[in-house]
Ligand binder design. Structure first.
Ligand SMILES: [Zn+2]
Ligand SMILES: [Zn+2]
Ligand SMILES: [Zn+2]
Ligand SMILES: [Zn+2]
Length: 143
């Protein structure tokens, strides 16, 4: 403690020679106080698998990380077991281990035979292919 103090004083003295005691022991103390590191967010984010594609959750059929994803109170589709009316409903395989995503250029499941095929009717409201998985279902602000 005493040693620290004297070192601090001598430092202050040195500094004082230059800056007339404007910086003293205080600045050394502050420098050793580590700022708390901002916690890295572990919240699920809308996963953009590849540019222009939005990941679908294969457990529920909704866009991954959205408020509705894996909500317990959703009506399930009798045919596919995914959330009824979700983008993935009857379009993707439930619990598939393959990542599934909706193409943001056309609205179809990315990479399927319909994806980005020319000559498809576009939806007036969203601009994606009418009736595609993503048609009018893309979350408002995908990150
Ligand atoms: Zn889900
Ligand atoms: Zn279904
Ligand atoms: Zn496409
Ligand atoms: Zn639409």
């Amino acid at each position: 403690m005493r040693k620290n103090l004297s070192r601090c004083f001598s430092l202050a003295f040195t500094v004082a020679l230059i800056s007339l005691m404007q910086i003293g022991c205080k600045s050394t103390e502050e420098a050793t106080t580590q700022p708390e590191m901002a916690q890295v967010s572990t919240q699920p984010e809308l996963a953009q698998v590849s540019p222009g594609a939005l990941a679908l959750c294969t457990s529920c059929g909704q866009f991954k990380g959205t408020a509705v994803c894996c909500q317990a109170d959703q009506a399930l589709c009798a045919a596919c077991g995914l959330a009824k009316g979700s983008p993935g409903c009857c379009r993707i395989e439930k619990d598939s281990t393959q990542p599934v995503a909706v193409c943001l250029s056309c609205g179809h499941i990315k990479g399927d035979s319909m994806c980005c095929q020319p000559g498809q009717l576009r939806c007036d409201s969203c601009g994606l292919v009418k009736g595609s998985a993503g048609c009018c279902k893309i979350p408002a602000s995908p990150q």
